[in-house]
Design a protein around this ligand. Sequence first.
Ligand SMILES: Nc1ncnc2c1ncn2[C@@H]1O[C@H](COP(=O)(O)OP(=O)(O)OP(=O)(O)O)[C@@H](O)[C@H]1O
Length: 314
Amino acid sequence: MSEPILEISGLTKVYRGGLKALDNVDLTIRKGEIFALLGPNGAGKTTLIGSVCGLVRPTSGRIAAFGHDMARDWRHARARIGLVPQELSTDMFEPVIRAVSYSRGLFGLPPDKARIEEILKSLSLWEKRDERIMALSGGMKRRVLIAKALSHEPDLLFLDEPTAGVDVELRKGMWAIIDEMRARGVTIILTTHYIEEAEEMADRVGIINNGRIIKVDEKAAMMAQLGRTEAHIALAQPIAALPAAIAHFPVEIEDGGSSLCYRGGDGTGKGKAEVAELTKALTRAGIDYSGIETRESSLEDIFVSLLGEKEAAA
Ligand SMILES: Nc1ncnc2c1ncn2[C@@H]1O[C@H](COP(=O)(O)OP(=O)(O)OP(=O)(O)O)[C@@H](O)[C@H]1O
């Protein structure tokens, strides 16, 4: 297991007015990993990132990056940390290349035209280098944010909801860019609302809700618990009891016998396959159905079930 690059312990943030955005957060990030912080709106993701990047002053707790305590030795660590925020707030009138070069200088690195060119090319921004940022499309603006963060060659990079509100194509493009950064050895922490994004990108996943980290696990183990499948099967004729032929499936009668509800699977595609098996078994048993509605559980469903498990264990 590689060495820790970021160690957060007992981190709490209470905003003026009393809102506790982070509640005693402990989290260790290892060198070279991609860590996805998954949580709903207002969970505390941006506050957590802001605390590490020096934008939010923690109420209590400790943050150490690269072995340096951020409270005492902030400058040393800060120069090695990059942040891609959710939105561009400045430089709208600047040409792309100037904004990106300026970001590099801001962190005290000497100008390096070749490096800036390489970054802009890798993000397909080279052709747009002389355009003002305000004239770019939303997707290109996001790329500028990434280029700015990469310009100072961070070892630890935060991506705050890199693909919120972008179309599928751009999301895939963004994932490819994140992959390239990983290949260069950058440690990445990304926040997201999307389970599929965590699934696609991350080595480990942490789930945050109401300022608390509910669970942290390797991606595969986490996904095995998430993404359960739910299928509602409308029956052509109501049934009074579960037929023996389907009793071994995780299925229940609902709506007074006019439909069946399947809840199973483990996020590996097992659910869908099992629903297909279930429909075959119904056909074999001579039970007709008029429709099937299948869905994967949402992030909200998962929070409800994880919180339920946590409360049950407490
Ligand atoms: N400057 C602030 N002052 C007071 N409350 C704040 C401030 N910034 C954030 N909050 C509150 O802290 C909580 C956590 O917000 P935060 O932005 O960290 O969540 P998030 O998980 O990033 O949400 P989102 O997914 O919507 O970006 C929210 O209830 C938010 O309203």
